[in-house]
Design a protein around this ligand. Structure first.
Ligand code: ADP
Ligand code: TRP
Length: 324
């Protein structure tokens, strides 16, 4: 089974990225041949500072390795180190109805948030389809918000196969069930574009500040509290054991404890949860060449897989091969 996923280096990684994408992706490295890439072509749709793009790309690689990606099991590489992907994207774009892209909610959401409505942003799902199809991927682990992109990928692949014969493999999405959407400190979906994130590797002071700023209702300290819709409880559930979570829920209902107290407990658990990863990150940082070596090895592997696929597509559509 070949597993593929990508993440944009458009900012600093937060715990929504971790629970929604990174952790399930890392867990899958034991189940098959995993390929994970840093989607720097995609990031160009929203990031126009070359220095920051380079910095973020490296940092995402470092964070992924710190969080447990094992380069001996999974390949990690930059999207732009596999140029076949942009060639496939062009071929796929000729088969993609504009009307299909017009239905994509991520385009509308991003434009509404102020991302420039470039042709690249509009055809973002086509490049993503190429990312997936160029490696004959079987499974694509992503958060729920990316599900539509996988559907578009399957749709485009089907169109190509219908026209040219069975050339591309149809991938399956793998949406991580337990943590579909991680809430941010304001209770909305955690996202770097909403400024409501808790970063995986944030400084302790900053992390404390973010957690203390979690929005709560105005239930007095003594009164019973509802654990059902509490952001504190939801986040605690990600980092605490089931027993600890159950205890917090009961203490919410019992009353007598203020939200500030629960936030401190959340901070402690969260800090403890990511402690081994912080330590690993420091070790990796001590070796200046490590990240570059991992990315170079990953790119080589990814190129070896994608070259025969692009050759197959080129021949199928009539760019190569002899006519009769
Ligand atoms: P952001 O919303 O911060 O810009 P991205 O869109 O770059 O994050 O998401 C990168 C990956 O992390 C995707 O697979 C996405 O589904 C996942 N992800 C991002 N935010 C969350 C969240 N709040 N809950 C669950 N998964 C998330
Ligand atoms: N669009 C994804 C995101 O914003 C990143 C991405 C690009 C991706 N290409 C991909 C994810 C291919 C999975 C497979 O999170």
């Amino acid at each position: 089974m070949r597993i593929l996923s990508g993440i944009q280096p458009s900012g600093v990684l937060h715990i929504g990225n971790y629970f929604g994408m990174m952790r399930p992706a890392i867990a899958l490295q034991d189940e098959g041949e995993a390929l994970y890439f840093i989607a720097n072509y995609h990031a160009l749709t929203s990031l126009r500072d070359p220095q920051i793009l380079r910095q973020n790309s490296r940092r995402v690689a470092l964070d992924f390795l710190a969080c447990g990606l094992d380069p001996n099991k999974a390949s990690l590489f930059l999207q732009s180190d596999v140029p076949q992907v942009t060639e496939l994207a062009w071929i796929l774009s000729t088969l993609t109805p504009v009307s299909r892209l017009e239905l994509a909610h991520s385009y509308k959401d991003k434009v509404a948030r102020g991302v420039p409505p470039s042709a690249g942003l509009f055809t973002y799902p086509v490049l993503m389809a190429a990312d997936i199809l160029i490696y004959d991927s079987d499974v694509v682990p992503v958060g729920k918000d990316q599900k539509q992109h996988i559907e578009i990928t399957r749709d485009i692949a089907t169109r190509l196969n219908d026209n040219y014969g069975p050339v591309l493999k149809l991938p399956e999405p793998r949406i991580h069930a337990r943590t579909e959407v991680v809430p941010g400190v304001d209770g909305q979906k955690m996202s770097k574009s909403y400024g409501n994130t808790i970063d995986i590797f944030g400084q302790e002071k900053e992390t404390r500040k973010r957690i203390m700023s979690i929005v709560t209702d105005s239930t007095p300290v003594d009164a019973p509290k509802d654990p059902e819709n509490s952001t504190i409880v939801q986040l605690y559930g990600l980092v605490a054991s089931p027993v600890e979570l159950q205890e917090m829920r009961e203490r919410f209902r019992a009353g007598g404890i203020g939200y500030g107290e629960f936030k401190k407990e959340l901070l402690d658990k969260l800090w403890e949860f990511f402690a081994p990863m912080r330590e690993r990150r420091e070790q990796i940082q001590a070796d200046a060449r490590y990240v570059d070596e991992v990315l170079a090895r990953g790119a080589e592997r990814a190129n070896n897989i994608s070259r025969p696929v692009i050759d197959r597509v080129r021949a199928a559509v009539g760019l190569t091969g002899r006519g009769t």
